[in-house]
Ligand binder design. Structure first.
Ligand SMILES: *[C@@H]1O[C@H](CO)[C@@H](O)[C@H](O)[C@H]1NC(C)=O
Ligand SMILES: *[C@@H]1O[C@H](CO)[C@@H](O)[C@H](O)[C@H]1NC(C)=O
Length: 229
């Protein structure tokens, strides 16, 4: 009789655990599905190759991350070397939680994308160029509103023009740009992105992710793939 008295609570506890796990799993499993897949195709829609016709390089960048900044020129050079028909480059924004301006920076780019898709890469490059002003230390005592205003005036306005700033400010406030930025973050999490830059080639993660990959490494990675098409 002794052993069974212990077994019943143990079995009950296990059942409860399984039930809790099932409920938690159900609540947490389905991420919001965006209306379009995340990411910005480099070169724009006119450069889009047919599905399956190009090697696809996906890069996850944080606009205020120095390694993302350093990673872009060599990837851009490799993209130019092959051309968009052979190597399609897609940049996903990934706001790292320990960069205090990252979410605002990514939201800014999503906002601009809605106004003028051609302005996405010029704005990303502006962030890379001036990101040091938006690191944690220089913005530590600034309000969020001040940082948002600085981004609008110093980085966005030169790209989209002063005349479009009102539309930009309204779009930045809109919940849609907030949602798009959350999706970018969740999209990266769902694919196991743990830092930036983070790369996938034809969907497969590269082990060099986490630090900038130089031009020669891109060529040695992509040449065997491009040559086989
Ligand atoms: C969109 O942005 C690009 C890049 O900044 C610019 O050349 C172009 O004139 C803009 N288009 C419109 C309609 O504002
Ligand atoms: C954006 O939201 C803030 C806070 O709610 C508000 O003070 C500001 O006027 C809004 N700006 C625009 C352009 O909608």
């Amino acid at each position: 009789m002794e052993p069974s008295r212990h077994r019943v609570p143990a079995a009950a506890a296990l059942l409860v655990l399984v039930a809790v796990a099932a409920v938690v799993g159900r609540c947490g499993a389905q991420l919001p599905i965006p209306v379009r897949t995340d990411g910005f195709l480099y070169g724009g829609k006119s450069a889009a190759p047919a599905w399956g016709d190009a090697v696809v390089v996906e890069a996850f960048f944080d606009p205020v991350c120095p390694d993302s900044r350093d990673a872009w020129p060599p990837l851009q050079r490799a993209a130019a070397h092959y051309g968009a028909r052979r190597v399609a480059v897609v940049v996903h924004l990934f706001p790292l939680p320990y960069h205090s301006s990252a979410f605002m920076a990514c939201r800014s780019i999503h906002t601009v994308h809605k106004l003028n898709a051609s302005a996405v890469y010029p704005l990303l490059e502006n962030f890379f160029k001036y990101q040091e002003g938006y690191y944690n230390m220089p913005t530590y005592t600034k309000t969020r509103a001040a940082v948002v205003a600085e981004i609008a005036n110093n980085l966005v306005a030169p790209v989209i023009g002063e005349a479009n700033l009102a539309a930009y400010r309204a779009g930045f406030n809109d919940s849609q740009s907030d949602q798009a930025t959350r999706i970018s973050f969740k999209f990266g999490c769902a694919r196991g992105v743990t830092g930036t830059p983070y790369y996938f080639v034809n969907g497969i993660p590269l082990s060099d992710s986490g630090s900038p990959m130089d031009y020669n490494k891109w060529i040695s990675t992509l040449d065997p793939l491009v040559g086989k098409m």
